[in-house]
Design a protein around this ligand. Structure first.
Ligand SMILES: [Fe+2]
Ligand SMILES: [Fe+2]
Length: 179
């Protein structure tokens, strides 16, 4: 039996723990995507759904709340959004390729792995660390509920569909988040 997909759908928790659990899930899915013995078509669809849902939920609820609480600066939040846009652009390249056994696919997956890993490290260091210090457990629990509700809404709306990812990349280009 191959890789079993589980999108992890908890319903409550501390927003920092929930975000970190998603980051581990992305690493797991990227590893499966690099593995030629996986069902790569299925893995890329699952990765697209959780990546987009997670980024949208962070931008709608987590970043604004942390900004409001002065836990993170405007620069960190904006930089985080730019990296989400870069992630979506790299994801789009992976989704656009027909075959999954080609050199082009390997190259696209390598680029996606690099882009995502870079963002996870930076977000954990510059956004989650200050959030842990500056925001209390009650707010983090409330943020956890909002984060999960939006994540779930996004997944149900098929946010990882190539058309939606393309739309997000176009929007980011218009807003100057991508070169
Ligand atoms: Fe994140
Ligand atoms: Fe993020």
């Amino acid at each position: 039996m191959g890789y079993v997909l589980d999108l992890h759908r908890p319903v409550a928790g501390d927003v920092i723990d929930l975000i970190l659990a998603d980051h581990r899930l992305f690493e797991e899915l990227l590893r499966a995507l690099r593995d030629a013995s996986s069902d790569r078509d299925q893995v890329r669809a699952a990765l697209a759904a959780v990546l987009v849902a997670h980024a949208e939920a962070e931008e709608k609820y987590v970043y604004p709340k942390l900004r409001k609480r002065d836990a993170v600066g405007e620069e960190e939040a904006e930089h985080g959004e730019e990296e989400h846009a870069e992630g979506h652009e790299a994801l789009l390249k992976v989704l656009e390729l027909k075959g999954t056994g080609t050199k082009a696919f390997s190259d696209a997956v390598e680029e996606l792995s690099g882009t995502i890993n870079h963002h996870l490290a930076e977000e954990e260091l510059t956004i989650l660390n200050p959030a842990r210090d500056e925001v209390g457990p009650q707010v983090r629990a409330e943020l956890g509920r909002q984060f999960l509700a939006e994540r779930q809404r996004q997944i149900e709306a098929d946010c990882g569909h190539i058309d939606n990812v393309r739309r997000l990349v176009e929007r980011a280009k218009k807003e100057g988040q991508l070169d």
